[in-house]
Design a protein around this ligand. Structure first.
Ligand SMILES: Cc1ncc(COP(=O)(O)O)c(C=O)c1O
Length: 392
């Protein structure tokens, strides 16, 4: 099995003595990101306000190209960047605002907090109508969403590719079915935050039908501050929440009309720190040079997951038992395992005890999440001591 640890020597050193099973939360950054930060500093030092020309003229097109290669997205110019997904999603929602009609949103009960909180707040204001599909049992999520769409006729459908609270992943065919089903009827957002750089994904057939969201904080390992969204070719939506990056072409003329460009910048906001874009480019160029594909990353993690399950079977722990892991298909699963435990406070207690045992995990409600990454090797020893049904 290939050993990728040398690419992560800095962060591994920063966590010496600990098993960092939080790659799904804050993935380690490969060492190349250190120089990328320096490069950003040097460009700022040298170019100051002229740096935007370099960023928009060279760096953004390069990042768009590298991301498009990974996702087989055929229109790199239709990728827009923002500091987080919340901004992008909210911008998209504002493009649907109308004085006469509520926005109909179809989603699942397992979407990340940013989206979940935002739509609940919009619901309080009576701006939207909401239909939420249960993800558990996991078997037919995509079909359930398609079925609900037929009667609900949503304006917007929002669904994760990998659910943050279970790791359960939609199949490529399911994403394509959703895209074909909602084509021309509803906007479809696939939240690929837990899939990008983890699960091989192709937008080649559906890139012009969906909005695909992801970021650099997770499996890409370029840290916080950079997310992106692909938009369909020909998209003519006019987000109400819009910033000056969306009209760089008319920067020097008086703005009598609100223009939108015919590419990803249509969904752009305004001034942001692009150091994470430099980091993203450094990571993706390095992976390209070293021929580290998403498929290789995924296979490495799948081997780690099999090893982890063997360890669990060996220990056969009463609380962190393999039977408690939420899985639909081990051959197609996100890069973390989610143990369903008694309740939220049990989950927190378990995470605290594991930390004392030098194992770093995180929790979401009654779930304890163990994440795997290419900076692990299948030789770790799990220590679940101090955790029992009686002390939770
Ligand atoms: C599924 C999913 N989407 C999006 C995000 C990030 O949201 P934001 O960019 O608003 O912080 C996360 C964060 O963990 C997530 O799990």
């Amino acid at each position: 099995m290939k050993n990728y640890t040398s690419y992560f020597s800095e962060f591994l050193d920063g966590h010496k003595g600990y098993l960092h099973f939080r790659g799904h939360s804050h993935h380690f950054w490969p060492d190349v990101t250190k120089n990328a930060i320096l490069e950003y500093f040097n460009d700022s030092k040298r170019l100051s306000d002229d740096k935007w020309e370099k960023i928009f003229g060279e760096k953004i097109p390069l990042a768009q190209k590298l991301i498009s290669e990974i996702l087989q997205f055929t229109q790199p110019k239709n990728i827009v960047f923002a500091p987080n997904t919340h901004e992008l999603v909210f911008r998209l929602i504002t493009a649907l605002l109308s004085r006469n009609k509520k926005i109909k949103i179809l989603t699942t009960d397992s979407e990340f907090l940013s989206f979940d909180r935002q739509i609940k707040r919009l619901l309080e204001e009576d701006w939207i109508e909401l239909k939420v599909i249960a993800t558990n049992p996991f078997f037919n999520i995509a079909q359930d969403v398609i079925k609900a769409g037929k009667t609900f006729s949503p304006d917007l459908v929002f669904i994760s590719q990998v659910f943050f609270n279970s790791g359960v992943a939609l199949y490529q065919e399911e994403i394509e079915q959703l895209a074909f089903e909602f084509r021309g009827k509803s906007l479809l957002v696939i939240d690929g935050y837990h899939a990008f750089m983890a699960i091989p994904t192709s937008l080649s057939k559906i890139g012009n039908d969906i909005f695909y969201l992801a970021g650099s904080y997770k499996y890409l390992g370029a840290g916080e501050g950079l997310c992106f969204m692909t938009i369909p070719e020909g998209c003519n939506l006019r987000p109400v929440y819009t910033g000056w990056f969306a009209d760089l072409a008319h920067l020097d003329s008086a703005q009598t009309k609100i223009y939108y460009p015919n590419d990803g910048l249509r969904f752009a906001g305004s001034t942001m720190d692009f150091s994470s874009l430099y980091k993203l480019i450094a990571v993706l160029e390095n992976y390209k040079r070293e021929e580290i594909s998403v498929l290789k990353i995924h296979k490495h993690v799948q081997d780690l997951q099999k090893y982890f399950l063997e360890e669990c079977r060996r220990i056969n722990h009463p609380v962190l038992n393999q039977s408690q892991i939420l899985i639909r298909d081990l051959e197609h699963h996100g890069h973390f395992f989610s143990f369903k435990v008694k309740d939220e406070s049990s989950a927190k207690n378990i995470a605290e005890q594991l930390k004392l045992n030098k194992i770093l995990v995180d929790t979401r409600g009654d779930r304890v999440r163990f994440g795997f990454a290419i900076y692990h090797q299948p030789n770790f020893k799990l220590n679940f001591s101090g955790i029992s049904n009686t002390n939770l």
